[in-house]
Write a protein that binds this ligand. Structure first.
Ligand SMILES: [Zn+2]
Length: 422
């Protein structure tokens, strides 16, 4: 980050900064921003256990070195180390079993689908036992305009850009990727987006294959968008309304959830990183090289949480659960069951209950649209006028006669911001 900052400073003919000074400035001016290490393959629990174990080993070594390693002095530390080791083994074993279960379900979906696709395999029994397996996740939001191919004009570094959220589904019938993009103007992403997009996808398949009854969805443990009562209440609604007969959610072990959507996003990001992307069509095109993509507007997202929150009770202890099964029971009953590990067949009755009926067609309701903040709109308009050919502007940017000369405007903006910082 310091290097990047200094590069920009050099380009602008300004002074560069040492790492410690940079850090001090960052703390002073951006106290709410923290820099964290690269999150890939990072698990809080593994990290914490690892730290505790090395502390234990250190203490044991010190006692041994002191020559006074009486058993009563040593014992508590050895006991702790053995407990930690056991905890770590258990955790890694859970992660491995969950991973194996995931791979098994993915392979089974493909195999079952393959059989259904043959003339003799398309029997009603095979249809009945088929489980559609999906892996769904959000990618980190992308900003537009984005300079990935040509060098980014230095004065645009500080300007605010429009943020796009990316929801990806991998369909394990054939491992195809399906991405939905939506602007911050119908964000920020939450469970409304997750369930609206999942429902839309499943409805699309049901149109072609009305006999589909079972869906299994793998997601990561993010509580704000995925693992919360709205997701499960939504599934109860869908089973009650006969979208499908059962919806099954599985969550891999937190910190060990690298799965199919990550691979899809990684290939999309390669195209994104190598392109200049100035509007949503260009973002869509970059992703379309790797999967099917569509851009959502407010009519694609529905305010589910508002209704589900009123009609279903809370679900305490959701964090420790990794398996949720919503299945049609006798009559119009919907059964909700939960389990601690996704690979474990053991399940208990879930405590969430429906308390009243949703009497609205939620799927007919559009989501609330926010305007881009004025400062952001102004920043984007400035960037377009100065650095982007008009044919590539986002549609909402209006040509202005008073647009200043690029160099002058950039200079003014830079000075302005410098002054503001002082
Ligand atoms: Zn871990």
């Amino acid at each position: 980050m310091v290097a990047e900052f200094n590069r920009v400073q050099t380009e602008l003919g300004r002074e560069t900064m040492g790492a410690s000074t940079f850090r001090r400035h960052l703390e002073e001016h951006f106290s709410r921003v923290s820099i964290c290490p690269h999150k890939e393959d990072y698990c809080d629990k593994c990290k914490a256990l690892g730290t505790d174990m090395s502390r234990c080993r250190f203490v044991i070594r010190k006692i041994t070195e002191s020559g006074n390693s009486s058993s009563e002095k040593m014992q508590p530390h050895e006991k702790e180390l053995s407990a930690l080791t056991k905890a770590q083994q258990g955790h890694l074993q859970d992660a491995k079993l969950a991973r194996n279960f995931y791979n098994k379900m993915v392979a089974r979906c493909k195999e079952q689908w393959g059989r259904l696709s043959t003339a003799e395999g398309a029997t009603s029994t095979n249809r009945h036992t088929f489980t559609l397996v999906l892996s769904a996740d959000y990618q980190q939001a992308k900003l537009i305009p984005y300079w990935g191919r040509s060098p980014q004009p230095a004065s645009t570094y500080y300007l605010s850009k429009e943020s796009y959220d990316i929801f990806g589904i991998v369909d394990h019938r054939d491992d195809s990727g399906h991405v939905r993009l939506f602007s911050e103007t119908i964000g920020p992403k939450n469970t409304d987006h997750t369930v609206s997009l999942l429902q839309d996808y499943i409805e699309g398949i049901k149109e072609k294959y009305p006999w589909l009854e079972r869906v299994l969805i793998f997601m990561d443990n993010a509580t704000n968008t995925n693992k919360n009562r709205y997701l499960f209440a939504w599934a109860m609604e869908q089973v009650k309304r006969d979208l499908v007969g059962s919806i099954h959610f599985c969550f891999l072990v937190a910190g060990h959830t690298k799965f199919a959507p990550d691979r899809l996003f990684a290939s999309c990001t390669k195209s994104y990183n190598g392109s200049d992307i100035f509007n949503i069509v260009e973002l869509k095109d970059a992703y379309a090289k790797h999967c099917s993509v569509s851009v959502c507007n407010e009519t694609n997202i529905h305010p589910w949480r508002k209704y589900l929150g009123q009609c279903y009770t809370d679900l305490p202890g959701v964090r420790s659960l990794h398996k949720f099964l919503i299945v049609r029971g006798e009559g119009d009953k919907v059964i909700f069951r939960v389990g601690h590990m996704c690979y474990d067949p053991q399940m208990d009755s879930g405590s969430m209950r429906m308390i009243s009926t949703i009497d609205t067609a939620v799927s007919d309701q559009s989501y609330t649209v926010h305007q881009l903040p004025n400062t952001k709109l102004e920043d984007i308009t400035q960037m377009c006028h100065r650095f982007i050919a008009q044919s590539r502007w986002p549609t909402y940017v209006v040509p202005r006669s008073d647009a200043r000369l690029p160099s002058q405007a950039a200079h003014d903006r830079g000075t302005e911001r410098q002054n503001r910082r002082k």
